[in-house]
Design a protein around this ligand. Sequence first.
Ligand code: UN1
Length: 495
Amino acid sequence: MTKTFSNFIGGQWRAPSTGEYFENHNPADQRDLIGRFPASGVADVEAAVASAQRGFAVWKRTPAPARGDVLRRVGDLLASRKEELADIMTREMGKPLAETRGDVQEGIDTAYYAATEGRRLFGHTVPSELANKWAMSMRRPIGVAGLITPFNFPLAIPTWKAFPALLCGNAVILKPAEDVPHTATVLVEILLEAGIPPEVIQLVHGMGEVVGKAIVEHPQVPVISFTGSTETGRFVGETCGRMHKRLSLEMGGKNAQIVLDDADLDLALDGVLWGAFGTTGQRCTATSRLVLQNGIHDTFIDRLVQRAKALRLGDGRKAGTDVGPLVNAASRDKVERYITIGREQGATLTLGGERATGGDLDHGFFFQPTIFTGVTAGSRLDQEEIFGPVLSVIRVSSVDEAFAVNNGVRYGLSSSIYTRDVNVAFRALQDLDNGITYVNAPTIGAEAHMPFGGVKETGNGHREGGWEVYEFYSETKVGYVDYSGALQRAQIDNY
Ligand code: UN1
């Protein structure tokens, strides 16, 4: 019997107004049907916004430390259900259990950080330029926040957005990616169990073109946070710009790992295998380019190919699996298109390049770990985000050339450099055009208490995580109290 799931709108689990549902299958085995989820319509978004506004009226008056207490309980519940959640996530999006456990942990970390932030949310108190006058700033909630989240971190990314938004006193409408609706459903159950007032959280399942669009275009949703493709982000940005909304965008990446001649090659090998093929290359922070200096290029490639060949593909819920499937057929088709493009543009296919088949793999969207060598800077493999297990290797002769290759793309999320030269390491931190640079570590591995985000077309200047995101989800309010009993004119009476 197939389970049918609901939206959470107006404080209740409800069927969609459309009466329509979509099916959610396991990408490692398409015969495994997880459930039917609401293909919601605009009317569902309307109802969610109306309810969220009522929720906001209550929640904004709840003291921030009390909001933080709720989020601490959310963290406790996530921790107690870590294993169950990891299994749900792997079943619906494919990455191995070790990785989905990490994804849950990122949510737990984010919850505990938010809990303590409830007792901070600092403003400033500064001296006034006038006598007997007080000047201070404080943080106020904004309203209803519309959160649109991707499939690759089905728990962590919704928590990065929802927990700070809630802690700051906003109400939340969550629209999860249609590949991972089950994880989002459990997250909302946990929020409710922890004591979030029901109308403060709304969950609307469905398609981006319908539900996501309706949230972005709704005049009563003043805050939007979106993680996804740069193309969709452009639409979201145009709409929010026109409507004067506060918007945080996290979009594409074309992240490079640079390995210089003096690097610890064993360490760099471990780094690139994890960075390129972890999560089947489906991270915004995935290593999709490997920039190798001349002196070590050939040895490094030989060793990398041996190691990549040994990666075990399979069901992420089975012990021993290193790499799971791609999330769906469209992703696999896109990866296949890039194999053709790479060949046409003269790169050498050194490993993989095909669907992985045989036995159980036939039922899932598996793709071989793929390495292209001889990729030229400026070619499409060097420039475009693929979001799959495809690594493009670019050979360089100097540090300057490596930096130029890293910076020669329109994206700027993360970068990594392997070197033993401390001067070069600090130059990299200064000169690589990315939001995050790792020294002697792969391009993935951001920690929940640090700001996360990228420059150029990866983002729009905001950061998730850490202390900065609390500024995004709150508005600065300034208060002046004049207790002099007289009219005092700033800039005039005091000079
Ligand atoms: C993403 O790549 O979409 O740094 C998010 C990492 C994770 C988060 C990545 N902690 O890879």
